[in-house]
Design a protein around this ligand. Sequence first.
Ligand code: GDP
Ligand code: IMO
Ligand code: MG
Length: 427
Amino acid sequence: MAGYVVVGAQWGDEGKGKVVDLLGTRVNMVVRFQGGNNAGHTVVVNGKKTVLHLLPSGILNHDALCVIAAGVVINPFVLFKEIDQLEAEGQKCDNIRISDRAQLLMPYHVRLDELEEKRAGDKKIGTTKNGIGPCYADKYSRVGLRVCDLADWDVFCDKLKTVLELKNEEITKIYGGEPFDYDEMVEQFRQIRERMLPMIADAVDLVNKALEENKIILFEGAQANMLDINYGTYPYVTSSSPTAAGVCEGAAVSPSKLDRIIGVVKAYSTRVGEGPFVTEQLNATGDKLRETGFEYGATTGRPRRVGWLDLPVVKQAVRINGLTDIAITKLDVLTGYEKLPVCVGYTIDGKEYDTVPASLKQYGKAEPIYKYFDGWTEDITKCRNFDELPVNAQKYVRFIEEYTGTPACLVSVNPEREGNCILRPLL
Ligand code: GDP
Ligand code: IMO
Ligand code: MG
């Protein structure tokens, strides 16, 4: 058995796509287990950039089977657009399997997300407006449509009729929005169905059989720990569990099958959307970090909020996920600072904490306690061994390991697949 997990240890956009792509060259299967096309995972190979939203980031390695498991919410229009784009660029996409148990993210989910955010005004969550929250809400309200419903057309049409009546009432009566036409939607899905049927699989069997056959499977997390529905900065979170536990639930895998759990940690912090962010730099330093790190959303294009590394946040991810490794990314972006502050705790109402409080009122009052590291000026983007990094960069990495009690498996120094110093063999 060989189950590998890659998850985000902060607020997303840590570079999970890059790490998954790197490992993806050596695994038999890559599985997305939660989230939907709110994800934007960037992969850069030989200067060519690809951004993946629904497809696993293993797709560029044609030898790996790419599975979208039951825990994912699938907008089929986005899925096929993504496949069409990749195929137009010459990428083969015949290695994709879709769980029959996954939820379909419907056009009314997208509209409801937009309407809910608009109505919330300055209390909005700052979602990606891709319908993620409304789709998961329907799943748990047990009115969702699943991929397997598409296989039985009568069942699909029957369910859609009932649920669309309900959704149109919500859209028109609560939000004053435009309703959807049932016949039009049926027609759209008739075409979707034709294309999707050959890709549908019993992913419970597929994934577990592969594990029984000692195949190597990589589970690709989207979003991150601080956006987790239970443990993130609720309500400023996404609607799934982007954790190692989410793998078990979303991909039907026992915790005993997960051998290595890699948390991706950006060398500083970013966040998209609303919610508390203790180390945020709303100043020229923040602007510089954003520009050097090219911190603009891979899904929405929004400028990302940026700040210094927040280690209580990373420590929280280490505990919740049981991280065996951390992959530290974007260290190159920190080149050229005289001092690098790292948050090692918070002061809230005069008391010190090294954990993340549940109450946003409390967390909103948190002041960072910084430890200051000496910076470096050398270009590190070409370093391929840890020893080649400037001593101060090495110290920065070693402190993250020490604070989190977790060894770094790699330090990434540029966006390319090969732009890493490997500290611990990955596979
Ligand atoms: P994900 O959502 O976790 O997969 O991350 P994103 O793809 O949204 O954002 C990470 C961004 O950082 C992408 O533009 C990557 O190409 C880029 N990136 C990844 N690793 C590095 C690195 O080590 N250095 C630099 N400069 N960029 C990186
Ligand atoms: P990857 O996988 C960063 C954020 C949104 C918003 C909140 C809820 O690329 O790391 P949602 O649309 O999920 O209901 O939005 O979560 N968010 C992300 N932020 N990276 C992501 O994905 C994100 N997916 C959702 O900005 O604050
Ligand atoms: Mg991203």
